[in-house]
Design a protein around this ligand. Structure first.
Ligand SMILES: *[C@@H]1O[C@H](CO)[C@@H](O)[C@H](O)[C@H]1NC(C)=O
Ligand SMILES: *[C@@H]1O[C@H](CO)[C@@H](O)[C@H](O)[C@H]1NC(C)=O
Length: 580
């Protein structure tokens, strides 16, 4: 009798407790992406869903201080960078986190033999089904279709987690995100100059403009997940070649004989994105297949069939990213997790520079948001590109561990030595204040000065005008009239995509000098730049219009159009050479 009562009591407790487990929303999307539309089909609950659970890493709250210790010019440990192994170890999730998530999965009947834990335990992965995940995360999935590629994608509008599990999980994919691929339509911005046709664009460029670079010289190609140099000339798909051509013609010409590596991310079928790249250089980040991150091996015909390039590439000492996406497009957790990866690269002595965008204060394609605080969870895009709305700055430039690079131009007709102005020809230098990242310590004084003397009159609906959020860009470089050999033709290209590799090349030259005198690479450069503003040519004229406004204005000192100004190479190199 007694025994059966206990059994009944236990049974009773277990059924009454399970539904009572308290859940709370973990992530929610309000921002739609007009290019992804829900398909009007009933989703089969048996559809396989490869789930990736990003575990909370330890010590992230110390990341900033760790990085300052090796990057601040006043630190005795300046440039005393960590090894990648030390970095991975410092931030790996705790055993408590791993076990808590495993137990939660087990309570839904998902046994240990169905899950796999990534190297360094950053991710738990399992092949689940839509039905199972809908119960696990108290959500509902829909099939979306991309308007151009027609690729299907499974997503939900929000998802929830038990309150006692929330702190152990960063985010889960695929859920609310619509990530994009790096290869994107870009505006064609060129005028034809001396038309000629030669098989190799780089060779054409070097022959004509950088004769010190030998014939047939090519960058080293790190092929990530099937990435290859686009071998064919493609006038239809101008975008395919413009970015690598531009980046490598200038980077090689500037740093030769230093080696330049091309991380070609993703095959030509699925492409790649920031995650694909980060996976390849940091095995501990490697997230497996997180749709809409491309899936490797590529299931599509003609795609790359090899294994995913997880942690197979050592990062180079300078990484230049000529792509950006609107903050309004990403969820906070997605941006934060990636941003922490850039912090880790800085700790390992890697400089990451990224273009600040080409649409002034607006997002890509002039898209602005309808609400204040425009990140993926609280704003919605205006339907019409170019319409008034909330400013929409570009990620990853807004990540405080990245050096955001804006664009300048020469004044037409002025002397070649005359001061440059913010670029207003063909593109506008991306700039503004983050809606996701707070003001970093090394930028505080620059931003405070800007707000004290030059605070624009825009309301808090248009941008975060508290003076407490991260401002971009940090630095700028000429971004107008880059003569590029492209598809055999000399063309002019404009954009912060040109400015970023230029700054990256300068940092690379400084690294070379430091290494030649027995020092280490510079790594994360922002604290040094802001402590030495006179090593930049201050840009004080020009605007970055967008979202129905004239944007911000370049002013003396730091500004959200051109940052601290353009690098003065001899001055900057002197600053870095004087550091330990
Ligand atoms: C999920 O299934 C795919 C395809 O069968 C397999 O390659 C992959 O290893 C599985 N993942 C896990 C975590 O079991
Ligand atoms: C502005 O940014 C700061 C720092 O990130 C943040 O604390 C504040 O909530 C933001 N204000 C708005 C209205 O989003």
């Amino acid at each position: 009798m007694k025994l059966s009562i206990i059994t009944i009591a236990n049974f009773f407790i277990s059924v009454s407790c399970a539904p009572a487990a308290s859940y709370a929303v973990h992530e929610k999307r309000h921002v739609g992406d007009l290019r992804w539309r829900p398909r009007d089909v009933e989703l089969d609950s048996r559809t396989v869903l490869p789930l990736s659970i990003g575990l909370t890493q330890q010590n992230l709250h110390k990341g900033h201080d760790f990085l300052m210790d090796v990057s601040h010019p006043n630190s005795p440990n300046y440039a005393n960078h960590w090894t990648l192994e030390q970095v991975a170890e410092a931030f790996a999730p705790t055993l408590e986190t791993i076990n808590a998530v495993k137990e939660w999965l087990a309570s839904f009947g998902i046994d240990e033999d169905r899950i796999s834990i990534s190297k360094s335990s950053s991710w738990i992965r399992l092949n689940s089904t839509v039905g199972e995940v809908e119960k696990l995360l108290r959500t509902k999935y829909k099939v979306y279709e991309h308007s151009e590629t027609k690729k299907p994608h499974l997503a939900c509008d929000d998802y929830s987690l038990p309150v006692d599990i929330k702190s152990h999980i960063d985010f889960i994919t695929p859920t609310i995100g619509f990530d994009a691929y790096l290869i994107e339509p870009r505006r064609k911005r060129h005028s034809n100059v001396d038309q000629y046709y030669l098989p190799g664009d780089l060779e054409t460029f070097f022959d004509n403009l950088a004769p010190n670079v030998p014939q047939n010289y090519l960058p080293t190609v790190a092929s990530i997940d099937g990435g290859t140099l686009q071998p064919s000339i493609s006038t239809e798909d101008w975008n395919h070649n413009s970015e690598p051509d531009l980046d490598f013609e200038y980077a090689i010409a500037l740093v030769y004989p230093q080696e330049v590596t091309l991380y070609q991310v993703g095959d030509s079928v699925e492409g790649g994105n920031f995650d694909t790249f980060l996976d390849a250089i940091d095995g501990s980040y490697c997230s497996g297949d997180n749709p809409p991150d491309p899936t490797y091996p590529d299931p599509y015909s003609g795609g790359y069939k090899g294994p995913k390039s997880c942690g197979q590439f050592a990062p180079t000492s300078v990484i230049s990213i000529s792509y950006g996406r609107d903050e309004g497009f990403f969820t906070s957790s997605y941006m934060n997790r990636q941003c922490n990866e850039y912090m880790k690269l800085g700790l390992a002595g890697v400089t990451v520079v990224a273009s600040s965008g080409d649409y002034g204060v607006a997002g890509n394609y002039n898209q602005c948001c309808t609400n204040a605080g425009c990140v993926g969870s609280s704003g919605e895009y205006t339907n019409q590109a170019g319409a008034a709305g909330t400013f929409n700055p570009s990620f990853p430039g807004t990540c405080e561990y990245v050096t955001a690079v804006g664009a300048t131009q020469m004044v037409p007709g002025a002397a070649i030595t005359a001061a440059e102005v913010a670029c207003e020809f063909s593109i506008y230098s991306g700039g503004g204040f983050s809606n996701n990242f707070a003001l970093p310590s090394w930028q505080t004084s620059a931003v405070e000065t800007y707000f004290e003397y030059y605070k624009p009159l825009y309301s808090a609906v248009l941008y975060n005008n508290s003076g407490r959020s991260r401002g971009i860009p940090d630095i700028s470089a000429n971004g107008a009239f880059y003569l590029v050999a492209l598809d055999g033709v000399g063309q002019h290209i404009f954009g912060t995509s040109a400015s970023a590799p230029t700054v990256g090349s300068i940092i690379s030259l400084i690294n070379e000098q430091r290494i030649a005198s027995g020092k280490k690479t510079v790594g994360f450069i922002n604290p040094v730049l802001y402590a030495n503003p006179s090593a930049m040519n201050d840009i004080t004229r020009g605007n970055n219009p967008g979202c129905g406004t004239s944007g911000f204005s370049a002013v003396p000192g730091w500004d959200p159009v051109t940052g601290l100004g353009t690098p003065n190479y001899p001055a900057l190199s002197k600053v870095f050479m004087a550091l330990p």
